[in-house]
Design a binder for this molecule. Structure first.
Ligand code: PEP
Ligand code: MG
Length: 568
């Protein structure tokens, strides 16, 4: 049986399950007298304060300052005399047991936090739940199950883990964590990642489906759990684990190294991301920045046009986390195959050739205005690079540039201090290629979007498998096109990056480097792998290699040449 979950931290293990079972509280005790219940409440609070302070001291020795800060917050919550007074007031007025009073009052606080739009704040409801659950159990004299009892290698399975349980996670024994609840920003997900423990979240009903000590495969690389695996699945697991471990150990040593070829040429390795939630992954692999923030996901994941404030919050998060490294935010790239549930696109015969990206923004300038203002206001550290998608002509570029300047002026007139930003475009249409010199004069950078540049150059829909054979970058004309774009960057002294899929394939790196590409924007997961490969390459040799490839005319021959000559 295979269950699906949300990937919190990647890894793969085949081990017995350790079910952390927390007796649900159904009976909150009966009311005796007001004085007796108040006495019980005071005792439970005092005991809880001691326990939480103890947990905080453990956390401080075991976790980083940042991760243990949460337990200082727990100490504050458990000691909050205003909340204690609310418990007492409720108890006295309603004549209920100490545990029932805590349950009722904390329930209201938890709901209030959970209802908050801000994901971070709503996750903090779990801190209040954690602390109040402790007071309730202490008031009822119940046992707190603890992870310090785990003494063998296992995969921990739980409904959810309270933050106060996480300092007791011993990574020598707990090799994987699966929860039924919890999101990517939950405390357990953050701690598991920092301890390098694979974690899968939101695996529905797993507690009903596994038993204590049952062997399961937890695969948080592909986001699945296999219960009662077959022989074949176990063999598959062994292969995958071996590959995963080898890859991690061989690339991990590159984490803090510069990305540099054997003959000393530096190559910037940046990441492609789809939202603020991905920024941590970029930091985890120590990339040189973000080369493509696909801002359209902010719009796709929303119920309505995201407001200036909603957008600003996400941009601030990414720009602040990455500061001082650059963050290239691509303005809205919607249309083509990307639709929005709240916007009626006009029916078009050829949507990919229609009102997509900058064209849509030009016809609906208020949409562009909101995004640009959100970006400019979020640029508190000056590391914002604005990138316009689907540019084909100088006119479109100048429109975007003028609009941005206008919005900057109007924000400044309102009294906002706006930091400088870089301005660039996606090089992803043949029109942009033909106009590259005019465009380069007006830009601080280009980023080559090979996914679209191939589709538009060969008139081959990138979503249509029937014409996939035309979607290969190994074509005489296309490789020469790349060479000329990169050459244009040298002539006009602007950096040229590549953020299409072509840049993330290991087998293309030597060729691209040889064509002169020095900025790669790729998924975070590929950064260390590509950095390792670059460190094994010689720039001058790669140039000779690319020159040879450019002499071949037949697509298949080029592909064969690149594949056969790919070992370093
Ligand atoms: C591209 O076209 O290569 C690109 C990176 O953009 P997208 O895939 O989002 O269209
Ligand atoms: Mg594109």
């Amino acid at each position: 049986m295979t269950l699906k979950g949300i990937i919190g931290h990647k890894g793969i293990e085949y081990l017995p399950v350790y079910v952390l079972f927390k007796q649900p509280i159904e009976d909150f005790g009966t009311f005796t007298t007001v004085n007796q219940e108040l006495f019980k409440l005071s005792k439970a609070i005092a005991k809880s304060i001691k326990q939480v302070e103890y947990i905080e001291s453990i956390a401080r020795t075991k976790l980083s300052a940042e991760k243990s800060a949460i337990f200082e917050a727990h100490v504050e919550i458990v000691k909050d005399s205003v909340v204690h007074d609310e418990y007492r007031k409720y108890l006295v007025e309603n004549k209920v047991s100490a545990a029932a009073a805590v349950k009722k009052v904390s329930g209201q606080h938890i709901k209030m936090f959970k209802d908050m739009d801000d994901e971070y704040l709503s996750e903090r409801a779990s801190d209040i739940e954690d602390v109040s659950d402790r007071i309730i159990r202490n008031a009822l004299g119940l046992h707190h199950p603890t992870l310090s009892e785990v003494n063998h290698e296992c995969i921990l399975v739980a409904k959810d883990l309270f933050p106060s349980e996480t300092p007791f996670i011993n990574s020598s024994y707990i090799k994987g964590i699966i929860t039924e609840e919890g999101g990517l920003t939950s405390h357990v997900a953050i701690v598991a990642k920092s301890l390098n423990i694979p974690i899968l979240l939101g695996v529905e009903n797993i507690l009903e489906k596994v038993q204590q000590d049952q062997l399961i495969i937890m695969n948080s690389i592909d986001g699945e759990v296999i219960i009662e695996p077959t022989e074949k699945e176990i063999l598959g697991f062994e292969k995958k684990q071996k590959f995963h471990r080898e890859e991690i150990s061989s690339t991990q040593k590159y984490l803090y190294k510069k990305s540099i070829t054997k003959d000393g040429v530096e190559v910037a390795l940046e990441c492609n991301i789809g939202g603020a939630k991905d920024a941590d992954e970029v930091l985890d692999v120590n990339a040189d920045g973000i080369g493509l923030f696909r801002s359209e996901f902010l719009y796709i994941d929303s119920q309505d046009w995201p407001s200036l404030e909603q957008q600003k919050k996400q941009y601030v998060e990414v720009l602040t986390k990455l500061n001082p490294k650059p963050v290239v935010v691509r303005t809205l790239d919607i249309g083509g195959d990307k639709q929005l549930p709240y916007y009626e696109f006009e029916k078009e015969m050829n949507p990919f050739l229609g009102k997509r990206a900058i064209r849509l923004c030009m016809s609906e300038p208020h949409i562009f205005e909101t995004q640009i203002k959100a970006l400019l206001l979020a640029n508190k550290h000056g590391n914002l690079w604005i990138m316009i998608p689907m540019i084909t002509t100088l006119h479109e570029l100048q429109w975007a540039k003028k609009e941005i300047k206008k919005h900057r002026k109007s924000l400044e007139a309102e009294g906002h201090k706006i930091k400088n930003y870089k301005f660039g475009i996606m090089m992803e249409t043949p029109g942009a290629f033909l106009n590259r010199k005019l465009l380069a004069e007006e830009c601080d950078f280009f980023s080559i979007g090979t996914n679209d540049l191939i589709q538009y150059t060969f008139a081959a829909d990138r979503t249509n498998a029937e014409v996939n054979y035309l979607g290969s970058p190994f074509n005489y004309g296309f490789l020469n096109m790349l060479k000329q774009i990169i050459r244009c960057g040298v002539d006009y002294n602007i950096p040229i990056a590549m953020c299409g899929i072509m840049a993330s394939k290991r087998e293309n790196v030597r060729l691209l480097l040889g064509l002169g590409l020095k900025h790669f924007s790729i998924p975070p997961i590929d950064i260390l792998k590509i950095k390792k490969f670059i460190s094994e390459l010689d720039y001058n040799e790669a140039k000779k290699f690319a020159n040879k490839a450019l002499l071949i005319h037949d697509d298949e021959e080029i592909k064969k040449f690149i594949e056969e000559n790919n070992c370093v």
